[in-house]
Design a protein around this ligand. Sequence first.
Ligand code: ACO
Length: 428
Amino acid sequence: MTEQTVKLTTPGGDFKYPLLPGSVGPDVIDIRNLYGQTGEFTYDPGFTSTAACQSAITYIDGDQGILLHRGYPIDQLAEQSSFMEVAFLLLHGDLPKKKELDEFTYTISRHTMVHEQLATFYRGFRRDAHPMAIMCGVVGALSSFYHDSTDITDPNQRLIASHRLIAKMPTLAAMAYKYSIGQPFLFPQNDLSYTGNFLKMTFGVPAEPYVVNPVIENALDKIFILHADHEQNASTSTVRLAGSSGANPFACIAAGIACLWGPAHGGANEAALNMLREIGDVKNIPAYIARAKDKDDPFRLMGFGHRVYKNFDPRAKVMKATADAVLKELGKTDPVLDVAKELEHIALNDAYFIDKKLYPNVDFYSGVILNAIGFPTEMFTALFALARTVGWVAQWNEMISDPEQKIGRPRQLYVGATQRDYTPVGKR
Ligand code: ACO
């Protein structure tokens, strides 16, 4: 097959650039030689048209509402798989055989404890500290405990660091919660599932046995699967950028957690539930829809819209069904779920949202479920970070193993002052 090229006409002449095909999805124009040949950069704030890497992990078709992990559709994984299996899939590229899955699950369960010294970090935080503030700190601090798995040139050390991160995130997140309510930390119990263990460390107390509810365990496991990876989103790109300098994996994941915290990204589930509570009643929805459409009002419908999905976020569909299942199991009714469903219905029939292709995203219903299970809103993004750690470490490993990997170093369009001479302070 002859290589396809794209012709670029610049003031300095015409240049040809190779068009690289992916296995599916848009081709990319390889402009690596652009600056060297033309002396010009490209300008793309927010990287809306820029592929920063090759990746074989996750594929999204935002127009069709398709999300595939290693080729498998997200709804099949959410319905039929488990978070441990998806973690193996993302890390290693294929679904595990039974023995591989058992070994992987065993390995993860044997890394769930954290160093006792790490527990003292928690006491340095205020009791009302946001769990994401704690997570940024304690995950970064892991680097100082595991010097035997920070040589990023050694694939075995990379794998051990990945296992440690996946295994310890539930322990660290549960400890953040326990600290906020003044209860003692609970040790992990390795014969429970990954998700059951997290539920126990979060909601159990040492004074009595904790029985994991399989419906809740299953729902939370699904939520973890739905958040496991999402190709080159802001936090994953942050992990890659931090890792591109050779930083250790614990520091890179701490950077990802910091990025995820923002309300335009992982913080949206917390913001979405707060918004639904603020709306409070179905009768108040039209006023909020009007605010969302008002150009002079900064208000946005949280949990709506996505940079990539210009169709239904496939994860939102699974999330909506899970919300119904959890509320039924718990015998709860939640007016917030009624507000959410009605808001979705009204927005999806409104010209503003139709024209701008704004659909509910994964965060629109997840808050309702997490709230019903008993998680305070401040924990929502920490749960997202827990699940996304799997994607982050898979993407980080892929990047380090990529022979084309370089330190990430974007360029800029400089619009500041041109060279001028310094004047002493007394003469200004
Ligand atoms: N409510 C009302 N209007 C919206 C919304 C919204 N939630 N989202 C986008 N718009 C409008 C914008 O005002 C803009 O209108 P304009 O063209 O008239 O200026 C247009 O739709 C495009 O919006 P952008 O912000 O340019 O789109 P972008 O791709 O940059 O943003 C984002 C995507 C950040 C997710 C945005 O839709 C948003 O802020 N949504 C609410 C926050 C949210 O739910 N984030 C979760 C994302 S999913 C995740 O991280 C897991």
